[in-house]
Design a protein around this ligand. Structure first.
Ligand SMILES: [Zn+2]
Ligand SMILES: [Zn+2]
Length: 298
């Protein structure tokens, strides 16, 4: 059902492929019980036209970086370039960045985007703090690649050739930004981390994802876990896969990808979610490391 991690076609011009490099929320959880769905934290790559877009730099970005270095070697050491969009800077979304090898290679170029925190701290400052002594031995400023940082305002549209990326704010402690990528009439939305309100679909998200082909959503919990009388997750900043299905159905989304899995959900549990979600919504599937969605395939 799923492909193994493999390089995407590097030369195709008309492509819109999405590959999952890290699908786990909160903290990396490698181990025998999570080996099929994967234990790395969020990183999603989109190859759109001739552009490479990357969403979040959780621990999954390390593997993507190795893939990029290998591709560049195969292509006469051609330099890498890309656009990295951060949802926010909780650890699980930035921890892989100091291990993203292409960012250390002079000649490579990355445009890096993120919203400001409510008290005005930029994504550059937050990545910098993570790498400051004694947290990490190598500071951000001596990473070799050319980096251009962009502070995004909600509603701003980023144009990258034929690709346009729009952004919206999400309901998460400290704030988070959701993204929608549009290219030649196809679209994909990356919506994590966010919390819903029980019994009321998030009108902002509904508007933002209307008619999208691929909807990647924060499905950390099940509805049952979220409202559990003994260990409720209300107020923790995350949503459920059932809410993802409700949003997908109402916004006439084609495909829902269940994402940001709770570290306590092992492979058997994720299989169960995949089955139940498919019953409720035929276009639902569970994100798995290596999974590729091809938006131009049909
Ligand atoms: Zn997260
Ligand atoms: Zn978060």
């Amino acid at each position: 059902m799923y492909s193994a991690i493999a390089p995407l076609a590097p030369k195709a011009i008309d492509q819109f492929q999405v590959q999952f490099w890290g699908v786990r929320g909160s903290i990396a959880c490698p181990g025998k019980d999570t080996v099929r769905y994967g234990g790395n934290t969020p990183c999603v790559e989109m190859r759109v036209g001739q552009e490479r877009l990357i969403f979040d730099a959780g621990t999954g970005i390390r593997l993507l970086g190795e893939q990029m270095v290998a591709e560049s070697r195969q292509n006469n050491h051609q330099f890498n370039k890309g656009h990295i969009f951060f949802s926010h800077s909780h650890w699980d979304h930035i921890q892989g960045f100091p291990f993203f090898t292409p960012a250390f290679i002079a000649g490579n170029r990355f445009d890096i985007y993120g919203g400001l925190t409510p008290n005005g701290i930029s994504i550059k400052e937050r990545l910098n703090t993570q790498m400051m002594d004694p947290n990490f031995p190598v500071p951000l400023k001596i990473m070799g690649a050319e980096m251009h940082f962009h502070n995004l305002a909600i509603g701003e549209v980023v144009g990258i050739g034929e690709v346009s990326v729009t952004c919206t704010s999400l309901n998460h402690p400290g704030g988070a930004t959701g993204y929608r990528v549009n290219y030649r009439g196809r679209s994909a939305a990356y919506i994590t981390d966010t919390e819903h309100r029980i019994g009321e679909l998030d009108a902002n998200i509904l508007r933002f994802i209307e008619g999208v082909d691929l909807f990647i959503y924060d499905c950390t919990y099940t509805d049952e876990e979220y409202t559990s009388s003994t260990s409720s997750k209300v107020g923790w900043g995350h949503s459920t896969w059932q809410e993802g299905v409700r949003l997908a159905q109402t916004a006439r989304v084609k495909e829902l990808v269940i994402f940001h899995h709770d570290p306590s959900h092992d492979d058997v549990f994720m299989d169960e979610i995949a089955r139940s979600a498919k019953k409720m919504f035929a276009g639902a599937s569970v994100a798995q490391e290596g999974k590729i969605c091809d938006l131009l395939a049909n």
